[in-house]
Ligand binder design. Structure first.
Ligand code: URA
Length: 235
């Protein structure tokens, strides 16, 4: 396996950044500093270290989908000491989340101990669709839907276009499906803020071909082979 893939899989950094780390002389293989980017390592035998600290690959890979409830942070170590999604998963492995959801957002999140997979799936070039159900107070006009679809301008920045449709009408609320490709900070909340709408619920229900399905809040289960292939191949 190429050294940058080894470092990426172990969760050190994405491959390109791993190349920079190698070039800066921080990586050693079997005790010798290597700066050649073409270096291959045998993950079963070779001892790889970054800044003198031994790095190893997981014995087996884990890929999970989790229904994140509202009120959980997605960071490994929340600086405010709040509960995190990792508290919900009863496994000894160190896991990474692929992308994040806001503290107050619920829904689908993918977790893995395979850093290279996480970096590949999260890379913007994959353009994987993310679908959200948004519940807003009151109704929404056709002209407001058009603004969301064309990309709202907020604080001088134009947010990307989105696929938006109304999926349910209630007495005092409207439910919409919103599909975006990016994962910009607070992207969906900012879209609705720009048209003056108050979000009551924000829930991610799909990432590419992976659906939240019947998972209850706080529940998780392994991705199946179809879901894994779909994420890697981008469909
Ligand atoms: N958009 C948001 O505004 N928040 C999320 O958590 C996800 C998408």
């Amino acid at each position: 396996m190429r050294l940058n893939k080894f470092l990426s899989t172990a969760g050190v950094s994405a491959r390109r950044k791993a190349d920079e780390i190698i070039l800066s002389g921080r990586v050693s293989v079997n005790g010798k500093v290597v700066t050649n980017l073409a270096t291959q390592v045998n993950e079963k035998k070779d001892e790889v270290a970054v800044d003198g600290k031994r790095i190893s690959l997981p014995l087996s890979f884990i890929y999970l989908k989790l229904h994140k409830p509202k009120g959980y942070a997605c960071s490994n170590n929340d600086e405010k000491g709040r509960k995190t999604i990792f508290d919900l998963v009863d496994l000894p492995e160190r896991l990474f989340s692929i992308g994040r959801l806001d503290y107050d957002t619920e829904g689908l999140i993918i977790l893995t101990n395979d850093g290279d997979f996480a970096n590949k799936v999260a890379h913007p070039s994959g353009e994987i669709e993310k679908e959200y159900i948004v519940k807003i107070e009151g109704d929404i006009k056709e002209s407001e839907l058009a603004v969301l679809r064309n990309g709202v301008v907020i604080d001088g920045e134009r947010l990307p276009k989105a696929k938006v449709k109304v999926v349910g009408l209630q007495k005092d609320a409207t439910r919409l499906s919103v599909v975006i490709h990016e994962g910009l900070n607070h992207q969906v909340r900012r879209m609705f803020e720009a048209i003056g709408k108050n979000i009551k619920l924000l829930k991610r229900v799909r990432i590419g071909a992976v659906r939240l399905g019947g998972l209850k809040r706080g529940e998780y289960k392994p991705l199946n082979q179809y879901e894994l292939d779909a994420l890697l191949l981008g469909y």
